[in-house]
Design a protein around this ligand. Structure first.
Ligand SMILES: [Zn+2]
Length: 147
C-alpha cells in the first residue's frame, strides 16, 4: 500500500533528534563548558589556599572549630566537599573534642553505608583535597545505590 502522501520523508523530526546543534543549544553547551572550566579553576584556587593551612592548629578548640566551620561554609557555597584522606569519600571537616588533644581533633565527617563515620583525628589540620559535593538523593531510598 503505497500512499504518495506518506512516502515523503520527514526530515525535520529526524534531524532534530540526532543533531542537537541548533544555535541555541550550542550556546548552552559552550556556556556549560566555560562554567566547568571556571569551576575547576575555583576548586584548584581554594585547594591551594587551604594547603597552606595543613599541619596547623589555630589556638584553641573553639578557634579550630570556627576555622573548619568557615572552611565548610566557603566550600558548601561553591558546591565542594573535602575528600577524606583515609577512604576518599566526600566529607565535612570538623573539629571534635577529644581526650588527650586539648585543641580538638580534626576529623572527616561522612556517611558510609548509611552510617555516620569519622576518620582522621589528628591534632592539626590535614591536607585538603576538594571534590564535588554529592548530589542529594531525593526520596529514592528504596532503590539500591551500587558503587
Ligand atoms: Zn573516610
Amino acid at each position: 500500500m503505497i500512499d504518495p502522501g506518506s512516502t515523503r520523508p520527514k526530515p525535520t523530526r529526524a534531524e532534530q533528534e540526532c543533531e542537537p546543534a541548533e544555535p541555541g543549544g550550542l550556546a548552552i553547551v559552550e556556556l556549560e563548558r566555560e562554567l566547568h572550566r571556571l569551576q575547576r579553576s575555583i576548586r584548584l584556587t581554594i585547594q591551594s589556599h587551604l594547603q597552606t593551612l595543613a599541619g596547623q592548629s589555630f589556638g584553641s578548640l573553639s578557634q579550630n572549630q570556627q576555622m573548619v566551620a568557615s572552611i565548610h561554609s566557603l566550600l558548601d557555597s561553591h558546591g565542594f566537599r573535602v575528600q577524606c584522606s583515609e577512604c576518599g569519600h566526600p566529607a565535612i571537616l570538623r573539629v571534635s573534642p577529644r581526650t588527650g588533644i586539648e585543641q580538638g581533633a580534626f576529623v572527616f565527617d561522612h556517611t558510609i553505608e548509611r552510617r555516620r563515620t569519622f576518620h582522621g583525628g589528628r591534632a592539626v589540620m590535614p591536607e585538603i583535597r576538594l571534590v564535588a559535593k554529592p548530589t542529594r538523593k531525593k526520596a529514592r531510598d528504596g532503590k539500591k545505590a551500587a558503587g
